[in-house]
Every structure is written in C-alpha cells, then in structure tokens.
Ligand binder design. Structure first.
Ligand SMILES: Nc1ncnc2c1ncn2[C@@H]1O[C@H](COP(=O)(O)OP(=O)(O)OP(=O)(O)O)[C@@H](O)[C@H]1O
Ligand SMILES: [Mg+2]
Length: 305
C-alpha cells in the first residue's frame, strides 16, 4: 500500500504524525518504509533520531534518485541506526522500519517525464518489499504532489492500493486550507483528474486527520475559567459545522490526535516506554496513533462515502 501524507499549510504535524503511524504499524509486525518527499526541507532524520540524517543525506538521497544522479536511493534501517534509546533495538515481532531520506541541501525541483517514471519505478519496487510505503510530501500544491499524482496514474501502478492522508490543525484557517488542497481549483482532485485519475476513486482514497486537537472536555483544561471553557466549546462547535460543510466532517475523517505537550517541545516517535515508564507523554496520544495505524488497513474506514 502507498500512503501519501499531505497538508496545505506547513507545521501541521504531518511529519510527526505520519512517522508515528509508520512506527506503530511496524510495531504491529508489518514492514514499513518512510520516504521523505518534502523536497524543500528534508528533515526526516530528526523525528527518527538519526543525527547524520537530520538535514538530509550528502549525495544519494531521493533528490538524487528522482533527478537521475543515482539508481539506488540510500535507505537506513531505523531500528539499527536510530540514536533514540527506545528505538535502537527492533522489538520482537515487529516489522522492518526503513527511512529513505532526501539530499542534504536538496530543494524543490520541477517534474519531468523522467522524474515521474523513476518515481513510479521506485513505488512499484518498494510496494513489493513493504506492506506500507508512506510518502511525506511537501506542504501545499507542490511539485512533489504533482509527481506522485502522475506516478500513481501510470499503467504499472494501476493495481496498487494508494491512500491519501490530509493533515490539518483544528482551526478555521486550517480547515479552509485543507478543503482547498483537496477540493479547490488546483487541488488534488482536479490535478488528479488532469492526470487521468478516476475522480471518484481518488476521492475515496482521501481522508483527513486533525492534529494537536484540544478537547474542551479535556482534564488538562480543568484550570481554565468557566468563561474560557464556554468559549472553547462554542468555537469547537463552529469548527465542527465548518468542517462538515466543507467535506471534512465525520465521514471523511480518519481520526484526530490530541495536543501532546511532549511534541510541542520535540519532534519524535513516542514509545510505550515514554508513556508507561517515563510518563513524559500521554496514553491518549499513542492511542490516537495506534487507531490511525489500524485504520490504514481497515477497509471499513475507506468505504465509499
Ligand atoms: N499532536 C501534537 N501535539 C502537539 N504538537 C504537535 C503535535 N503533532 C505535531 N506537533 C508539533 O508541531 C510541530 C510541527 O509538526 P511537523 O513538523 O510534524 O509538521 P509538518 O506539517 O510536517 O511541518 P512542515 O511543513 O514544516 O514539514 C512540531 O514541533 C511537532 O512536534
Ligand atoms: Mg514535515
């Protein structure tokens, strides 16, 4: 399965949430890989705690592969190379967890037929080796989005299952932006149609994920004044109405991740150890990641709307 992680805005939690989804999927025993297609800002090494990749890779990363400078993009085994103390050893029963970084100092580059062919070849080959291939795309209507829409329309990928995860924060601005990214004039649906995708099939492959959501009923808000709580409740209701009206409501929602204090200070994978022994992260956060990981493979979550 190919999974594309997108957002209209930057800083939505797309990379951190999708990294935690692939981590949970690997812990469940599936083989997964994470491709850093955020070409303008290759930083995936941070979340997986691999110091030498924090700003990308000198030479043979995904930029070099897609632009034809190498035929074998470099990948690392996260279980073997991560400096994170709870990631360093592969837990018994878990699957492979590999990271394909971008190039250090790599920037956005425009799409060519050759780039699309190389991208389709890579997806095909990785899809045969891994249960989930998660592709973290640049924010907005980027060349990266254009490239993968063209690649997934290619003949050789016709039989491959692909899914789109659209990340957004729980605010008016983010809800409108996520709506435009999918349904707008130059959005994923219209760009996909221009690449010969079947619009209804593409639509069925798209679900939204709300990140860093504060629930007005959350215990963490117990110190707020009644006026603040009432105001939050009102805002939340108006966001629910807006999301429903713009096609981001309950039926197209894959899930929500609560605001996690630890993630506000550091981009990282959250392990069970962080929650149970260190007690530095909340159980609700990993429950949300587990739920999203499970829903990736739950066809009922992807039934026609
Ligand atoms: N559930 C959450 N609660 C609190 N903070 C979060 C949550 N999810 C992500 N964050 C934090 O929000 C910031 C942005 O997250 P992240 O880098 O994943 O976003 P992004 O959409 O990939 O951004 P970019 O467009 O820059 O690549 C990070 O500091 C991250 O740790
Ligand atoms: Mg990111």
């Amino acid at each position: 399965m190919l999974v594309f992680a997108v957002s209209d805005k930057g800083g939505t939690g797309r990379s951190v949430t999708s990294s935690n989804i692939v981590y949970r999927t690997a812990l469940n025993g599936r083989d997964v890989c994470y491709l850093d297609f955020d070409f303008g800002s290759p930083t995936a090494g941070t979340v997986f705690q691999i110091e030498k990749l924090v700003t990308g890779l000198p030479g043979t990363g995904l930029h070099s592969y897609l632009q034809g400078r190498t035929d074998n993009p470099f990948s690392v085994d996260v279980w073997a190379e991560s400096e994170g103390d709870t990631l360093r050893r592969q837990p018994p029963g878990s699957g492979r967890l590999e990271l394909y970084p971008g190039d250090r100092d790599g920037g956005e580059f425009s799409t060519s037929d050759d780039t699309v062919d190389r991208c389709a070849d890579l997806f095909l080959s990785l899809e045969e080796q891994f249960d989930v291939v998660l592709v973290d795309l640049s924010a907005g209507r980027s060349y990266a989005v254009e490239t993968v829409l063209a690649a997934t329309a290619a003949q050789q990928l016709q039989h491959v299952t692909y899914r789109w995860l659209v990340f957004h924060r729980w605010t008016h601005q983010h809800i409108r932006a996520a709506h435009n990214l999918v349904f707008g004039d130059r959005g994923i649906l219209s760009a996909g149609k221009a690449q010969d995708h079947d619009e209804s099939e593409l639509r069925r492959s798209i679900r939204f994920i709300r990140t860093a959501v504060v629930q007005p009923s959350s215990a963490s808000l117990s110190g707020l004044r009644p006026e603040q709580l009432a105001w939050l409740e009102n805002c939340n209701n108006s966001l629910q109405t807006l999301a429903g009206r713009l096609g981001l409501g309950r039926t197209s929602l894959l899930g929500s991740v609560p605001l996690e204090p630890l993630l506000q200070f550091r981009e990282q994978l959250i392990s069970d150890y962080d929650v149970r022994q260190r007690r530095t992260a909340n159980q609700e956060t990993i429950d949300a990641f587990k739920d999203l990981a499970a829903k990736l493979h739950d066809d009922r979550a992807w039934e026609a709307l």
